[in-house]
Design a protein around this ligand. Structure first.
Ligand SMILES: C[S@@+](CC[C@H](N)C(=O)[O-])C[C@H]1O[C@@H](n2cnc3c(N)ncnc32)[C@H](O)[C@@H]1O
Length: 240
Protein backbone atom coordinates (compact mmCIF):
# COMPACT_ATOMS: atom_id res chain seq x y z
CA UNK A 1 0.00 0.00 0.00
CA UNK A 2 2.86 2.41 0.58
CA UNK A 3 4.21 4.14 -2.46
CA UNK A 4 5.14 7.77 -2.45
CA UNK A 5 6.78 7.93 -5.85
CA UNK A 6 3.82 9.41 -7.60
CA UNK A 7 2.16 11.14 -4.70
CA UNK A 8 2.17 14.90 -4.56
CA UNK A 9 2.72 15.05 -0.80
CA UNK A 10 4.25 18.49 -0.93
CA UNK A 11 1.10 19.87 -2.54
CA UNK A 12 3.08 20.90 -5.61
CA UNK A 13 0.98 21.20 -8.72
CA UNK A 14 1.33 18.44 -11.24
CA UNK A 15 2.53 19.16 -14.72
CA UNK A 16 0.34 18.55 -17.75
CA UNK A 17 2.35 15.40 -18.40
CA UNK A 18 1.40 14.06 -14.98
CA UNK A 19 -2.25 14.60 -15.83
CA UNK A 20 -1.71 12.63 -19.02
CA UNK A 21 -0.21 9.87 -16.92
CA UNK A 22 -3.39 9.86 -14.83
CA UNK A 23 -5.55 9.56 -17.94
CA UNK A 24 -3.40 6.78 -19.37
CA UNK A 25 -3.47 4.84 -16.12
CA UNK A 26 -7.26 5.02 -15.85
CA UNK A 27 -7.61 3.92 -19.47
CA UNK A 28 -5.60 0.85 -18.47
CA UNK A 29 -7.38 0.35 -15.13
CA UNK A 30 -10.83 0.45 -16.80
CA UNK A 31 -10.77 -3.23 -17.83
CA UNK A 32 -10.77 -4.25 -14.16
CA UNK A 33 -12.93 -1.39 -12.88
CA UNK A 34 -16.56 -2.61 -12.91
CA UNK A 35 -19.42 -0.16 -12.19
CA UNK A 36 -19.96 -1.39 -8.64
CA UNK A 37 -17.96 -1.00 -5.43
CA UNK A 38 -15.34 -3.65 -6.00
CA UNK A 39 -13.11 -3.53 -2.95
CA UNK A 40 -13.53 -3.04 0.82
CA UNK A 41 -12.47 0.61 0.71
CA UNK A 42 -15.01 1.44 -2.00
CA UNK A 43 -17.78 -0.34 -0.12
CA UNK A 44 -17.03 1.65 3.05
CA UNK A 45 -16.70 4.86 1.02
CA UNK A 46 -20.04 4.24 -0.68
CA UNK A 47 -21.75 3.76 2.67
CA UNK A 48 -20.35 7.09 3.87
CA UNK A 49 -21.47 8.81 0.65
CA UNK A 50 -24.97 7.34 0.82
CA UNK A 51 -25.42 8.72 4.32
CA UNK A 52 -24.78 12.20 2.93
CA UNK A 53 -27.05 11.94 -0.13
CA UNK A 54 -30.08 14.15 -0.47
CA UNK A 55 -33.27 12.71 -1.99
CA UNK A 56 -32.57 12.13 -5.68
CA UNK A 57 -36.13 11.56 -6.89
CA UNK A 58 -36.90 13.63 -9.98
CA UNK A 59 -33.56 15.45 -9.73
CA UNK A 60 -31.20 16.30 -12.56
CA UNK A 61 -27.92 14.84 -11.41
CA UNK A 62 -24.32 14.58 -12.53
CA UNK A 63 -21.95 11.73 -11.70
CA UNK A 64 -18.70 13.68 -11.97
CA UNK A 65 -15.51 11.76 -12.84
CA UNK A 66 -17.85 8.79 -13.00
CA UNK A 67 -15.33 6.12 -13.98
CA UNK A 68 -17.36 3.13 -15.09
CA UNK A 69 -20.55 4.67 -13.68
CA UNK A 70 -20.93 3.16 -10.22
CA UNK A 71 -22.68 6.21 -8.83
CA UNK A 72 -24.65 6.81 -12.03
CA UNK A 73 -26.27 3.41 -11.50
CA UNK A 74 -27.17 4.25 -7.91
CA UNK A 75 -28.51 7.66 -8.92
CA UNK A 76 -30.73 6.14 -11.60
CA UNK A 77 -31.95 3.54 -9.11
CA UNK A 78 -32.69 6.34 -6.62
CA UNK A 79 -35.18 7.83 -9.09
CA UNK A 80 -33.21 10.74 -10.56
CA UNK A 81 -34.99 12.34 -13.52
CA UNK A 82 -31.82 12.56 -15.61
CA UNK A 83 -28.36 11.23 -14.93
CA UNK A 84 -25.31 12.49 -16.81
CA UNK A 85 -21.99 10.80 -16.22
CA UNK A 86 -18.78 12.61 -17.12
CA UNK A 87 -15.26 11.27 -17.23
CA UNK A 88 -12.15 11.94 -19.27
CA UNK A 89 -11.43 8.26 -19.86
CA UNK A 90 -13.15 6.75 -22.91
CA UNK A 91 -12.41 3.23 -21.66
CA UNK A 92 -14.15 3.94 -18.37
CA UNK A 93 -17.14 5.53 -20.10
CA UNK A 94 -17.68 2.43 -22.28
CA UNK A 95 -19.03 0.68 -19.20
CA UNK A 96 -21.55 3.38 -18.22
CA UNK A 97 -24.97 1.79 -18.68
CA UNK A 98 -27.49 3.84 -16.68
CA UNK A 99 -26.74 7.39 -17.74
CA UNK A 100 -25.84 9.65 -20.63
CA UNK A 101 -22.07 9.38 -20.86
CA UNK A 102 -20.09 12.53 -21.60
CA UNK A 103 -16.35 12.61 -22.21
CA UNK A 104 -14.76 15.72 -20.76
CA UNK A 105 -12.72 17.29 -18.01
CA UNK A 106 -14.09 17.88 -14.56
CA UNK A 107 -12.18 21.15 -14.43
CA UNK A 108 -13.99 22.65 -17.44
CA UNK A 109 -17.48 21.20 -17.57
CA UNK A 110 -19.36 21.24 -20.88
CA UNK A 111 -22.65 22.19 -19.18
CA UNK A 112 -24.51 25.44 -18.69
CA UNK A 113 -24.72 27.16 -15.32
CA UNK A 114 -27.39 25.78 -12.99
CA UNK A 115 -27.78 22.52 -14.94
CA UNK A 116 -27.91 20.11 -11.97
CA UNK A 117 -29.82 19.72 -8.71
CA UNK A 118 -27.09 17.43 -7.43
CA UNK A 119 -23.51 16.54 -8.30
CA UNK A 120 -21.95 13.35 -6.97
CA UNK A 121 -18.23 12.78 -7.32
CA UNK A 122 -16.60 9.64 -5.94
CA UNK A 123 -12.88 9.35 -5.23
CA UNK A 124 -11.74 11.79 -7.89
CA UNK A 125 -11.15 15.29 -6.57
CA UNK A 126 -7.56 14.32 -5.71
CA UNK A 127 -6.95 14.40 -9.46
CA UNK A 128 -7.80 18.10 -9.60
CA UNK A 129 -4.62 20.17 -9.23
CA UNK A 130 -6.54 23.28 -8.15
CA UNK A 131 -9.23 22.46 -5.59
CA UNK A 132 -10.70 25.97 -5.58
CA UNK A 133 -11.07 26.01 -9.37
CA UNK A 134 -12.68 22.55 -9.22
CA UNK A 135 -15.13 23.68 -6.57
CA UNK A 136 -16.01 26.88 -8.48
CA UNK A 137 -16.74 24.85 -11.59
CA UNK A 138 -18.98 22.43 -9.68
CA UNK A 139 -20.76 25.34 -7.94
CA UNK A 140 -21.37 26.95 -11.34
CA UNK A 141 -23.33 23.96 -12.65
CA UNK A 142 -25.43 23.57 -9.48
CA UNK A 143 -28.88 25.13 -9.19
CA UNK A 144 -29.57 27.38 -6.20
CA UNK A 145 -30.28 24.87 -3.43
CA UNK A 146 -28.32 22.22 -5.36
CA UNK A 147 -26.18 19.74 -3.47
CA UNK A 148 -22.66 18.45 -3.99
CA UNK A 149 -21.71 15.12 -2.39
CA UNK A 150 -18.14 13.98 -2.95
CA UNK A 151 -15.42 11.80 -1.54
CA UNK A 152 -11.71 11.42 -1.83
CA UNK A 153 -8.78 9.43 -0.67
CA UNK A 154 -8.09 11.06 2.73
CA UNK A 155 -5.17 13.52 2.89
CA UNK A 156 -3.95 11.91 6.12
CA UNK A 157 -3.70 8.51 4.44
CA UNK A 158 -1.93 10.06 1.46
CA UNK A 159 0.50 11.87 3.77
CA UNK A 160 1.18 8.55 5.54
CA UNK A 161 2.30 7.14 2.21
CA UNK A 162 -0.78 5.25 1.03
CA UNK A 163 -1.49 5.46 -2.66
CA UNK A 164 -4.14 4.46 -5.21
CA UNK A 165 -2.68 1.36 -6.77
CA UNK A 166 -3.87 -1.26 -9.20
CA UNK A 167 -2.53 -4.31 -10.98
CA UNK A 168 -2.93 -4.39 -14.75
CA UNK A 169 -3.69 -7.48 -16.85
CA UNK A 170 0.05 -8.17 -17.28
CA UNK A 171 0.64 -8.07 -13.54
CA UNK A 172 2.25 -4.61 -13.48
CA UNK A 173 1.43 -2.53 -10.40
CA UNK A 174 0.74 1.17 -10.90
CA UNK A 175 0.18 4.12 -8.55
CA UNK A 176 -2.05 6.89 -9.83
CA UNK A 177 -0.85 10.48 -9.19
CA UNK A 178 -2.78 12.29 -6.48
CA UNK A 179 -2.97 15.89 -5.28
CA UNK A 180 -3.16 16.09 -1.54
CA UNK A 181 -5.92 18.50 -0.46
CA UNK A 182 -6.04 19.08 3.30
CA UNK A 183 -9.40 18.97 5.08
CA UNK A 184 -9.20 22.72 5.72
CA UNK A 185 -8.55 23.32 2.02
CA UNK A 186 -11.88 21.65 1.21
CA UNK A 187 -13.66 24.00 3.60
CA UNK A 188 -11.89 27.04 2.18
CA UNK A 189 -12.55 26.01 -1.41
CA UNK A 190 -16.24 25.49 -0.71
CA UNK A 191 -16.53 28.89 1.00
CA UNK A 192 -14.67 30.59 -1.86
CA UNK A 193 -17.08 29.00 -4.35
CA UNK A 194 -20.09 30.16 -2.34
CA UNK A 195 -21.00 26.65 -1.11
CA UNK A 196 -21.87 25.79 2.47
CA UNK A 197 -20.36 22.60 3.87
CA UNK A 198 -23.18 20.84 5.70
CA UNK A 199 -21.48 17.61 6.69
CA UNK A 200 -18.14 15.84 6.59
CA UNK A 201 -17.53 12.18 7.28
CA UNK A 202 -14.45 10.02 7.51
CA UNK A 203 -13.93 6.34 6.86
CA UNK A 204 -11.40 5.12 9.42
CA UNK A 205 -9.38 1.93 9.40
CA UNK A 206 -10.85 -0.72 11.69
CA UNK A 207 -13.94 1.42 12.41
CA UNK A 208 -15.98 2.21 9.29
CA UNK A 209 -13.54 0.14 7.21
CA UNK A 210 -13.63 -3.24 8.90
CA UNK A 211 -14.26 -5.81 6.18
CA UNK A 212 -12.00 -8.85 6.30
CA UNK A 213 -9.61 -9.25 3.34
CA UNK A 214 -6.27 -11.00 2.87
CA UNK A 215 -3.82 -9.24 5.19
CA UNK A 216 -6.54 -7.19 6.87
CA UNK A 217 -5.64 -8.20 10.45
CA UNK A 218 -2.12 -6.77 10.18
CA UNK A 219 -3.38 -3.77 8.21
CA UNK A 220 -6.06 -2.94 10.78
CA UNK A 221 -3.62 -3.34 13.63
CA UNK A 222 -0.98 -1.11 12.09
CA UNK A 223 -3.27 1.64 10.85
CA UNK A 224 -6.15 1.46 13.30
CA UNK A 225 -8.10 4.73 13.40
CA UNK A 226 -6.37 6.32 10.38
CA UNK A 227 -8.89 8.05 8.11
CA UNK A 228 -8.68 6.69 4.57
CA UNK A 229 -11.63 8.44 2.95
CA UNK A 230 -13.09 11.90 3.36
CA UNK A 231 -16.71 12.49 2.29
CA UNK A 232 -18.35 15.91 2.13
CA UNK A 233 -21.81 17.33 1.49
CA UNK A 234 -21.99 20.98 0.48
CA UNK A 235 -24.99 23.00 -0.64
CA UNK A 236 -25.34 25.93 -2.98
CA UNK A 237 -27.48 28.31 -0.91
CA UNK A 238 -30.71 29.58 -2.45
CA UNK A 239 -30.59 33.26 -3.30
CA UNK A 240 -32.23 35.44 -0.61
C1 LIG B 1 -10.85 6.46 -8.67
S1 LIG B 1 -11.77 6.71 -10.14
C2 LIG B 1 -13.40 6.95 -9.47
C3 LIG B 1 -14.48 6.59 -10.44
C4 LIG B 1 -15.90 6.72 -9.89
N1 LIG B 1 -16.18 8.07 -9.50
C5 LIG B 1 -16.11 5.80 -8.73
O1 LIG B 1 -16.11 6.28 -7.59
O2 LIG B 1 -16.27 4.59 -8.95
C6 LIG B 1 -11.35 8.35 -10.63
C7 LIG B 1 -11.93 8.75 -11.97
O3 LIG B 1 -11.63 10.12 -12.19
C8 LIG B 1 -11.40 10.31 -13.58
N2 LIG B 1 -10.68 11.56 -13.77
C9 LIG B 1 -9.45 11.88 -13.31
N3 LIG B 1 -9.13 13.14 -13.66
C10 LIG B 1 -10.20 13.61 -14.36
C11 LIG B 1 -10.48 14.86 -14.99
N4 LIG B 1 -9.61 15.87 -14.96
N5 LIG B 1 -11.66 15.02 -15.60
C12 LIG B 1 -12.56 13.99 -15.66
N6 LIG B 1 -12.35 12.79 -15.10
C13 LIG B 1 -11.18 12.61 -14.44
C14 LIG B 1 -10.64 9.08 -13.99
O4 LIG B 1 -10.67 8.87 -15.38
C15 LIG B 1 -11.35 8.00 -13.17
O5 LIG B 1 -12.37 7.40 -13.91
Amino acid sequence: MQDLRLLDVAGVRMSASQELVTLELYERWAESYPPVSHNPLMRAEQEAMRRLWPAMTARRVLDLACGSGRYARLLAAAGAATVLALDQSAQMLRQVDCATAVQGSMTGLPFGSGSFDAVVCGLAVGHAPDLEAWMREVARVLTPGGVLVYSDFHPQAAAAGHARRFRDSKGGIHSVPHHLHAVGAHRRAAAAAGLTVEAMAEVRVGIELREVFPGSAAFYQRWHGMPVVLAIRAVNPCSP
